[in-house]
Design a protein around this ligand. Structure first.
Ligand code: S3P
Ligand code: PEP
Length: 423
């Protein structure tokens, strides 16, 4: 029953395979020798850019019956004549920056104007210290990158005060093929740490051992290689968060199949957050069911540094709570597909919600939202989170709906199941 006594219908909503696991599995499979098969992989703009790039680097990839088949390179990376264009795929840009170092020759990595604003400098500095020659012709520490590769030398490295975990994942993923052992130490602040754990898990699943000598020290022995395999990818928790949000707002009881409670995906924590805010979460039949509708009032503060992609979903949830929601630890949202802190503050303002950007997050006072035209900033997560607000408030229109193609091309189709009057 909803708070006004109406019974709430149950809706099953499907999400594609995890974007982050798919991209790691693609890298491991492309470096392995022999054929790997990825089932339930994400087929979306980001993964298409990565697959196209891996083909240019020598992997053979085909998609048959939704299964991705990859004949790996065995670590022999070829230098393409053309430049490698990655759209606005930050993960692929960072992962390939180290991977191309395994080859010999000149590699050019580039992307959209927004990708050209997304930093890679901390990773470039580490690779340069190892002896790799890398130029950023725009002299910005951002793409386009020109990498003159002669194999990855390896050695000891330190990353200090990370603004992206993707640099660490990048170095970890290619390190088994380095000339020497690689030892990585993380100093100071780390963000998005669950993604590093995910990298370690996928490496292990493809047969590579990484020694975690301390929480912040990783040792990858040289002379290892990935083993080609069949690999099943679990559902994407980031994509599922929009449907959990819909359940939290009382739009339906939402069941999402193909998710496990023991996932390595950090974004699974969004379920615990909404549980604490008053939702009920039940695990059944290999999936999860969320019921909500009555959110606990009062002020809350949430540190989101580990799960940055959940901030848009949480920000929209905050609109519908009475009380203040303070989001901290999220300054790295400024270097995502859009400057997500600025984008969220601006768009919440357009629907009548007081939201203020802070040095590392947002302060949002829940209230009485009204309709409005929402700018997407070519950012899938802004479009998808406000789309849920649009089901709860009349008169919300989302500009550039197509930007969801980056991670969830079927989003709007799936969302129709939540529209009033559909069964
Ligand atoms: O490694 C990954 O798959 C990702 C890491 C995170 O980025 P940062 O580590 O840059 O925060 C996350 O925001 C991104 O969507 C995917
Ligand atoms: C930040 C994201 O992706 P990427 O960094 O790979 O562009 C995202 O999907 O929210």
């Amino acid at each position: 029953m909803s708070s006004d006594g109406r019974s709430i219908r149950r809706v099953t909503l499907e999400v594609p395979g995890s974007k982050s696991i798919t991209q790691r599995a693609l890298i491991a499979a492309a470096l392995a020798k022999g054929e790997s098969r990825l089932q339930n992989a994400l087929l979306a703009e980001d993964t298409h850019y990565l697959m196209k790039a891996l083909e240019l680097l020598g992997a053979k990839i085909s998609i048959e019956e939704k299964e991705i088949r990859i004949a790996g390179t065995g670590g022999w990376i070829q230098a393409p004549v053309e430049k490698i264009f990655l759209g606005n795929n930050g993960t692929a840009l960072r992962f390939l920056t180290t991977l191309v170092c395994l080859g010999e020759g000149i590699f050019l990595l580039d992307g959209t104007p927004r990708l050209r604003e997304r930093p890679v400098l901390p990773l470039l500095q580490v690779l340069r210290c190892m002896g790799v020659t890398i130029e950023t012709p725009e002299n910005s520490g951002c793409p386009p990158l020109m990498i003159k590769a002669r194999g990855l030398p390896g050695g000891r490295t330190v990353f200090t005060d990370l603004d992206s975990s993707q640099y660490v994942s990048s170095l970890l993923l290619s390190s088994p093929y380095a000339a020497r052992d690689v030892k990585i130490r993380l100093a100071g602040r780390t963000v998005s740490e669950p993604y590093i754990n995910m990298t370690l898990q996928v490496m292990e699943q493809f047969g590579v051992a990484v020694e975690r000598q301390k929480d912040n020290i990783f040792f990858v022995p040289a002379g290892q290689s990935y083993t080609a395999r069949s690999f099943v990818i679990e559902g994407d928790y980031s994509s599922a968060s929009y449907f959990f949000l819909a359940a939290a707002l009382g739009l339906a009881r939402v069941c999402v199949p193909n998710l496990t409670g023991e996932s390595v995906q950090g974004d699974a924590r969004f379920l615990r957050i909404i549980e604490d805010l008053g939702c009920t979460v039940t695990w059944r039949d290999g999936g999860v069911e969320v019921a909500g509708g009555k959110l606990n009032p009062g002020d809350v503060e949430l540190a989101m540094g580990d799960i940055p992609d959940m901030v848009p979903s949480l920000a929209v949830l905050a609109v519908f709570r009475s009380g203040r929601t303070v989001i901290t630890g999220a300054s790295h949202l400024r270097i995502k597909e859009s400057n997500r802190l600025a984008a969220l503050a601006a768009e919440l303002g357009r629907i009548g919600i007081a939201a203020r950007e802070t040095a590392d997050g947002l302060i949002i006072d829940g209230g009485d939202p009204h309709g409005g035209d929402i700018e997407s900033y070519d950012d899938h997560r802004i479009a998808m989170s406000f789309a849920i607000a649009g089901l709860a408030i009349p008169g919300i229109r989302i500009a550039d709906r197509g930007c969801v193609r980056k991670s969830f091309p079927g989003f709007w189709e799936e969302l129709k199941k939540l529209e009033p009057g559909t069964r």
